[in-house]
Design a protein around this ligand. Structure first.
Ligand code: SF4
Ligand code: SF4
Length: 446
């Protein structure tokens, strides 16, 4: 049965919906004792997972049970925050009599960093550069488990749930077909004029500024946050790398606060962002500093920490990681003897303070989940929405396809994920994406 589960998940093209899109059939093809659902959703303004856990509690638990069966795990835990009252109520009912418990995480950022989540739930530290399996755990995102449950019924991933919020008339959460243009998703929330506005795809801490609103949503899109172009968060995001580096060199006072608040440093990892800043300042980026950059998750807690000088160790690390990646340099494994720093409990960043610090209080509003049946006139489906090799197109231009039909396969001998048509229509273009023109004009089906 375990092999059959893995094959069904693979055939459905399920990838981690909450991060970089790690193929789920690869993740669950392992032996683990404990499967943890990461329901922290700790980035401000995001509202997908908390509502899925409430409105689709049975599906989430079913997905969790499937992964437990595939991995042979005897224990399952849904880790979520105490403020998700409806989710807690519905999940408590859904897990009754099952070897699954709920774990209430503190309301801090980044409770959803999987190293942090695993430590909070189990008390075990995943060594630097390792994955949760190293300590016997598999961690899955909430929407991923909904997709796993659907995969067992033969339903491939064709849609993605996302929160559209910020400077929009009607903040809301809904699902749209993969490949829908972002500007269409924004229009569903009432925002069809983007003049003077900027879109962030993902959370305000880790998301990216979108330069082209016609770009498609993918299996991993969790949120589109619209902010005025003069919002402090956008101004900071738009700072050039040259400016960031210059600031790091002239303004870092080595106060160490960024290191004190770095969640990976607090788990005993060798990462000390103030030392990276010192290395940049004195142009001394030796092996120790480079290793630090490689273990950075780009969570942005260090930017929050540097509220006086307003520097960005995160951007500096990201730049170093990019350069090291180009040269094939990887993290040197640690000795696995990490220990939590004293006082960690008192150094966590409270979510409410983060929202306030980011200037997001006016936008910290509900974005209710509504089940709509949106049918775009056209979708642009990337062949790479996941970690690993891009999918290989298996359709031709002019070919008619149906929603759910496989249009991209995993190249032989590679790690990757299958890709499926998200609407009925005709293939109009094939490159590193497939464009499908739908039947009729787009809109919300009645
Ligand atoms: S918090 Fe800012 S000023 Fe202090 S060490 Fe870190 S980067 Fe430098
Ligand atoms: S972004 Fe900053 S706080 Fe987050 S892991 Fe990297 S160095 Fe640590």
């Amino acid at each position: 049965m375990e092999e059959k589960i893995v094959q069904l998940i693979k055939a459905a093209g399920v990838v981690g919906a909450g991060g970089a899109g790690f193929p789920t059939h690869v993740k669950v093809n392992a032996n683990a004792g404990h499967v943890i659902v990461n329901g922290a959703e700790c980035e401000p303004l995001l509202r997908v997972d908390q509502q899925l856990m409430s409105q689709k509690a049975d599906l989430v638990v079913k997905g969790l049970e499937v992964v437990m069966e595939a991995t042979g795990a005897s224990r399952g835990t849904v880790a979520l925050k105490g403020k998700y009252h409806d989710a807690i109520k519905n999940l408590t009912r859904a897990v009754a009599g099952k070897p699954i418990d709920l774990f209430i995480l503190g309301d801090f950022y980044p409770a959803g960093d999987e190293h942090v989540t695993v430590y909070e739930v189990t008390g075990k530290i995943i060594p630097e550069g390792e994955i949760p399996l190293k300590v016997g755990c598999v961690v899955n995102n909430v929407e991923t488990l909904v997709n796993v449950a659907c995969a067992l019924e033969g339903q491939p991933v064709t849609d993605t749930y996302l929160t559209v919020t910020g400077e929009v008339p009607k903040p809301m959460t809904f699902k749209v077909p993969v490949g829908t243009a972002m500007q269409e998703a924004l229009a569903l929330a009432g925002q069809d004029n983007l003049e003077g506005l900027v879109i962030i795809e993902g959370g305000p801490m880790m998301g990216n500024v979108v330069r082209d609103p016609e770009l498609p949503v993918t299996k991993t899109t969790k949120a589109l946050i619209v902010l005025p172009e003069d919002h402090p968060l956008i101004r900071k995001r738009n700072m050039s790398l040259a400016h960031i580096l210059k600031q790091a060199q002239v303004a870092c006072i080595q106060c160490v606060r960024c290191t004190d608040l770095c969640p990976r440093h607090m788990l005993g990892h060798r990462l000390s962002p103030h030392k990276v800043m010192r290395g940049i300042k004195y142009l001394q980026t030796g092996e120790e500093v480079l290793n630090m950059a490689l273990s950075c998750t780009e969570c942005g807690a260090c930017e929050y920490a540097c509220e006086v000088m307003m520097l960005s160790p995160r951007r500096v690390n990201a730049m170093l990681k990019q350069e090291l990646g180009k040269n094939g340099i990887k993290l040197t494994p640690s000795d696995g003897r990490e220990a939590v720093t004293p006082g960690r409990e008192f150094m966590k960043i409270p979510s409410q303070r983060l929202v306030s610090n980011l200037g997001l209080v006016p936008y910290n509003v509900p974005a209710p989940l509504e089940e709509i049946d949106y049918r775009p006139g056209k979708v642009t489906i990337p062949m790479k929405q996941h970690i690993g090799a891009p999918a290989r197109p298996v359709v031709a231009v002019g070919e008619r396809v149906e929603r759910g039909q496989m249009i991209g396969e995993i190249p032989a001998g590679s790690m990757g994920a299958m890709v499926h048509a998200s609407i009925d229509g005709v293939v109009r273009e094939i490159s590193n994406h497939i464009v499908i023109e739908g039947d009729g004009v787009g809109g919300v089906a009645k």
